[in-house]
Design a protein around this ligand. Structure first.
Ligand SMILES: NC(=O)c1ccc[n+]([C@@H]2O[C@H](COP(=O)([O-])OP(=O)(O)OC[C@H]3O[C@@H](n4cnc5c(N)ncnc54)[C@H](OP(=O)(O)O)[C@@H]3O)[C@@H](O)[C@H]2O)c1
Length: 218
């Protein structure tokens, strides 16, 4: 058993979630509020270490008035690279850092003073193992908030159930700009993850699309 996973992102009209310089300020105020409403409704939020190193996100509910407790924060961080000064460690609630057997033991001990550490996998974080452990911890719903490489691995492993994104009316281009889904990619369109559109609506200047995953990766 594993959590129900919703992948959400703010993307440009050309499918990027950040520019080549790492600027990811794509979401409008209305969209940020939408995302924080989703955070309010899930048990956990997850990002990759790439996003933490670039954006230092708080991963808490702070853009809306809410009495809800912060969801559990989860970071996929094989080598335990998260800075001990990361802003999320100052937020209320639980943080889980998922590492692999490759992580430096001394570094892990330091992180354990600020967060729970789960060891999953030999090289990269084994995401199926992580999802099982989170489910056993009581996480029934999880919001996956990127970045592109973690999104790909989660999709490829068949661990995503819903995809939602806000398309902002911007084009940024850039071969080194991060796309919604990165990684190696699927070799053919037919092998790609198949989605079914459930809902679409305008939110301020953005277009919100909500899909169900019909056929998963592996
Ligand atoms: N617009 C948006 O909504 C939005 C949302 C989130 C992020 N972003 C942007 O996305 C960019 C970061 O994306 P990114 O793709 O570079 O980084 P990422 O997906 O956040 O993190 C990737 C890293 O996660 C670690 N990881 C651990 N286990 C993994 C696994 N099984 N599969 C894949 N990764 C695993 C790897 O590092 P180790 O090998 O060291 O563990 C990997 O390099 C930033 O510019 C950020 O601003 C935008």
């Amino acid at each position: 058993m594993r959590p129900h996973v919703i992948l959400n992102a703010g993307v440009t009209a050309d499918g990027k979630i950040a520019t080549r310089t790492g600027d990811s300020a794509i979401s409008s105020k209305e969209d940020l509020e939408r995302v924080h409403r989703i955070r309010e409704s899930v048990d956990a939020i997850m990002v990759g270490i790439g996003t933490v190193l670039l954006d230092d996100p708080r991963l808490s509910i702070h853009k809306i008035d809410s009495h809800a407790e912060n969801p559990i924060r989860v970071v996929a961080d094989s080598r335990a690279r998260i800075p001990l000064s990361a802003r999320m460690f100052n937020e209320k609630g639980t943080t889980i850092i998922a590492v692999s057997a490759k992580a430096d033991k001394e570094r892990v001990r330091k992180i354990e003073k600020r967060a729970e550490v789960y060891v999953c996998g030999a090289e990269k974080v084994d995401l199926k193992c992580l999802m099982r452990k989170l489910y056993r911890r009581g996480v029934q719903t999880l919001l996956l908030e990127g970045g592109g490489n973690l999104n790909y691995s989660m999709l490829r492993s068949g661990l995503v159930d819903e995809v939602r994104f806000a398309i902002a009316p911007r084009l940024v281009g850039g071969r080194d700009a991060v796309s919604l889904v990165e990684g190696e990619g699927f070799p053919t369109v037919a092998e790609g993850v198949e989605l079914e559109l459930l809902k679409h609506y305008s939110l301020g200047r953005d277009l919100i699309l909500e899909y169900r995953v019909v056929r998963k990766g592996d």
